[in-house]
Every structure is written in structure tokens, then in C-alpha cells.
Design a protein around this ligand. Structure first.
Ligand SMILES: Cc1cc2nc3c(=O)[nH]c(=O)nc-3n(C[C@H](O)[C@H](O)[C@H](O)COP(=O)(O)O)c2cc1C
Ligand SMILES: Nc1ncnc2c1ncn2[C@@H]1O[C@H](COP(=O)(O)OP(=O)(O)OP(=O)(O)O)[C@@H](O)[C@H]1O
Length: 142
């Protein structure tokens, strides 16, 4: 049984998220997704949807076996609990594969780190970014 971890904010789901999670799921037998706590999302605006709602929507996707709320202080705690064989970073995530691998090794977690592929737009108006969906909502409804 090869366990895979994917992670992210997943605020307002779109096909890019589904692509990432399907890509991650294809690398193993069981996909676990860690949902970033809103308080830890500091590199972009605070999520619109709260932690539990984002987790519940991800958990409802077919490719996902289990969605977990992230740890508030130590991102390696859920990894220790899940004990994965591979962690799949998103194609554009700022995390550094080598840095994560070094911490995993230091904490005695034997696990690969790899990166997912991007999903390209399939039609002109398709929105593959939560930020761009929010921009369109503001443009059309405010
Ligand atoms: C391996 C890994 C584990 C993570 N675990 C947690 C966690 O337990 N709690 C949390 O709040 N964020 C965690 N994060 C951070 C977020 O999931 C996410 O990477 C970050 O907020 C960037 O989100 P975005 O790619 O959706 O923009 C983790 C990140 C990585 C790379
Ligand atoms: N078009 C896409 N193709 C592949 N993966 C994607 C795509 N969009 C998002 N992802 C992946 O989904 C995960 C969660 O992404 P995130 O919640 O940051 O969504 P986002 O749409 O990129 O958000 P924002 O627009 O606010 O930056 C990340 O690993 C990201 O790489």
C-alpha cells in the first residue's frame, strides 16, 4: 500500500486542483491531502472559506481517500502520523523539494518528495486559479 500526500489551501475548488490531486493519486494507492490552516496562509490573502469547509470539499472528491486539517505549528506532525511513501508538491508551490527532504531525513521520515504537473487551460474562459475566480466575482458582482 503506497501512501501519497498532497497539500494546499484549496479555497474555492477548480479544475487545476482536481488535476493536481489526480496527478498525486496516480503515484500511489492511497491519497491523503493536508489542508493548510487559514492562519498559516501568509503568502497570499486569507482564504474566503474556513478550514473545515475547505477540508470537507476536498474530502468529497473521488480521488481523495482522506483529507486532514493541517497542524497549526508544525507541518511535519501530520506527515509523521500519515507516514507516506511520497509527498507531491504542487507545480507552482514555493516549497523547496531539497529543503523538505532534508527535514524529513532529520526527523527520520523515509519518504520521497516530487512535484506534480500543471494543468493548462482547455478553453478561453476557464479559470484555473482561486485568485482569478475571486477577481471575476468582484468584477461581475460588486
Ligand atoms: C509537506 C507539506 C506539509 C504541510 N503541512 C501543513 C500543515 O500541517 N498545516 C498547515 O497549515 N500548512 C501545511 N503546509 C503548507 C500549506 O499546505 C501550503 O503549502 C501553503 O500554505 C501554500 O499553499 P498554496 O500552494 O495553496 O498556495 C504544508 C506544506 C507542505 C509542503
Ligand atoms: N492549474 C493548475 N494546475 C495544476 N495544479 C494546480 C493548478 N492550480 C492550482 N494547482 C495546485 O493546487 C494546489 C493548491 O493550490 P491553491 O489552493 O494555492 O490554488 P490556486 O488556485 O493556485 O490559488 P491562488 O490563485 O489563490 O494562488 C497547489 O499545489 C497548486 O499547485
Amino acid at each position: 500500500m503506497r501512501r501519497v500526500i498532497a497539500q494546499g489551501t484549496f479555497d474555492i475548488l477548480h479544475p487545476g486542483h482536481v488535476h493536481y490531486l489526480s496527478d498525486a493519486a496516480s503515484l500511489g494507492d492511497e491519497l491523503h491531502v493536508i489542508i493548510a490552516r487559514g492562519e498559516n496562509v501568509t503568502h497570499k490573502p486569507t482564504p474566503i472559506l474556513d478550514d473545515r469547509q475547505r477540508r470537507d470539499m476536498v474530502a468529497a472528491l473521488d480521488v481523495v481517500d482522506e483529507a486532514h486539517l493541517g497542524h497549526a505549528d508544525d507541518i511535519f506532525v501530520p506527515i509523521e502520523e500519515i507516514d507516506p511513501d511520497v509527498i507531491v508538491l504542487g507545480y507552482d508551490q514555493h516549497h523547496d523539494e531539497a529543503g523538505i527532504k532534508a527535514t524529513l531525513d532529520a526527523r527520520g521520515i523515509d519518504c520521497e518528495v516530487t512535484r506534480a504537473t500543471p494543468r493548462e487551460q482547455r478553453h478561453d474562459d476557464e479559470l484555473l486559479s482561486t485568485g482569478r475566480i475571486i477577481d471575476r466575482i468582484v468584477e461581475r458582482r460588486c
